[in-house]
Design a protein around this ligand. Structure first.
Ligand code: BT5
Length: 219
């Protein structure tokens, strides 16, 4: 494990290490990121020393959507061990229902079989309308719980992990508004997440499959 006081982005560092042949299981943790990233060029915010910012290198034999699902389940377990119940929101969020986003996950591939899966979890600080674990929660304890749980999820079969992901996913079964990147939005009932990590939405115009986008839970 590599710890950084400050770094641009733990995902960027792990991807660079992956390209140099680093093994599965390499973990980078930072107190602060000067260029923490979300999806689609968005910014991930966290004041220095407040939150959990980490990335793990995986070299999955399975598709990368499964890597994100396993880290999401481990993140949920870690939050639960800190006394906070959360669920998964498609495609990459951990949310506390009625409060807001607790964590975001960013899975990026190096194009050669490695996946850098980063998670930012709000521990002591959260932006307005987001959730956090609490100022008295230890980031190291959350990190330990997450890595221990992740070991367990990585040992599970694809079927077990995707079944667990589906049952923890708050989006499935919900009325949602899907906001496509730079495109129109539409509404429907989210019916499932397929093995490639795509959201299936039943709409008035038939079933739609969403690869990249954001969802708003409506009811
Ligand atoms: C994500 O993107 O949620 C993925 C975030 C991944 C961050 C981790 S930290 C360690 C590793 N290194 C990195 O550089 N990244 C990963 P997305 O779904 O695109 O959501 C981004 C949006 O979430 C932003 O546009 C804000 O609206 C919101 N946001 C930013 N910081 C937040 C925070 N701390 N808590 C809740 N929401 C936040």
């Amino acid at each position: 494990m590599r710890r950084f006081e400050t770094i641009d982005s733990t995902n960027t560092w792990v991807l660079d290490q992956a390209r140099s042949g680093a093994p599965e299981g390499l973990v980078a943790v930072a107190d602060h990121q000067s260029a923490g990233r979300g999806r689609l060029g968005r910014v991930w915010e966290a004041p220095a020393g407040a939150n959990l910012l980490m990335t793990v290198l995986l070299r999955p034999v399975v598709v990368s959507a499964q890597s994100l699902a396993r880290v999401a389940l481990a993140g949920r377990d870690a939050a639960s061990s800190a006394g906070v119940a959360c669920g998964l929101k498609w495609p990459n969020d951990l949310v506390v229902e009625g409060v807001g986003k607790l964590a975001g996950i960013l899975a990026e591939t190096d194009g050669a079989g490695a996946v850098a899966v980063g998670i930012g979890m709000n521990v002591a600080w959260a932006p307005p309308d987001a959730a956090r674990l609490g100022a008295d929660v230890s980031r190291d304890a959350v990190l330990d719980a997450l890595l221990t749980s992740l070991d367990g999820w990585l040992d599970r079969s694809e079927v077990e992990a995707s079944t667990a992901y589906r049952s923890a996913c708050l989006t499935i079964g919900r009325e949602v508004r899907v906001e496509l990147v730079g495109g129109p939005s539409f509404e429907g009932t989210a019916t499932d997440v397929d093995d490639a990590g795509r959201l299936l939405v039943d709409t008035a115009d038939g079933l739609r499959t969403v690869d990249v986008g954001d969802v708003v839970h409506l009811r």
